[in-house]
Design a protein around this ligand. Sequence first.
Ligand code: NAP
Length: 308
Amino acid sequence: MPALLLQGEPIAERLLVGLREEAKGLVAAGRAPRLAALYVGENRASRLYMKKQREACSALGIGYETAALPVESTEEEVLAEVRRLNNDARVSGIIVQMPVPPHIDSRRLRLHLDPAKDVEGMHPESMGRLVYGTSTLAPCTASAAVELARSVRPSFAGLDVTIVGHSETVGKAIALLLLQSPFESATPTVCHVATRDLAAHTRRADVLFVAVGKAGLVRGDMIKPGATVIDIGINHVDVLDERGMPVLEGGKTARRIVGDVLFEEAANVCAHITPVPGGVGPLTVVMLIRNTIECAKGIDRRRDSVSH
Ligand code: NAP
């Protein structure tokens, strides 16, 4: 039987209903959430993501602003902008758009963010809270992926979960999110480039998360029958005709977006699978909004507990 398609949009809509109410309550209490995006240089993907952020904020009555700096800005100039946003009492959350130009150390930028405004959950303090199991601000893509899996697996207790890819913001963060509760935790295995037999690990996963950035990395025969497959990868590949030749569009090779999992093969084996695009993507911005609201709610408490 073909797998059930796990689309992000309906889950996003459901979550937004609750977030809209929370945002309304905060506005009424004089603690209006406001998201600021720090953007250095020029990047098409960042522009698209900021457009989505602005639309989502505006739909929920959340304030939104961008702080754009030219590509030639020095690291000190960018850090000064981070400090300005940290000290702006109207701003509840700050997102640093990636990538930043190569002469700027993105880790140093994140280190200078006020952790109480860390809507991406990437400050070491946020990561530390994730390890402690007291996190309220987790990395958005990881939260989105776990939220999708949770929509069909309400409890992870006793499940074998394999995560392919161990980046700080996606793979490692998913593993930590799955270990938050002593009674509900899954048993995660995290695979990476040095993993000896990837298929041996993916084949025993009840839930499989794949976040690598390699089209076709996971084939149907690497998946356990009945598994839940969350494909986070985004890859731009050529569109091929039935003879395997590139299809031309307007004189150029046509391109399409695919994930890391061979969808057609996987969908015949697993029970649930995310489409790419349309799975994790639509939920990522919702997690960003959720974190912005968390920041607006908790900013005083968190500031009281840690001095900066
Ligand atoms: P990343 O930082 O490049 O990490 C990729 C990970 O994959 C690394 O841990 C790498 O391991 C591992 N890897 C590479 N080749 C492998 C292999 N053959 N087998 C097993 N693991 C392998 O990328 P990322 O930021 O985590 O993103 C991963 C993918 O998710 C990308 O396609 C990205 O575009 C996509 N993404 C999607 C969203 C969304 O909203 N949908 C958001 C963020 C990212 P080593 O470090 O050991 O080399």
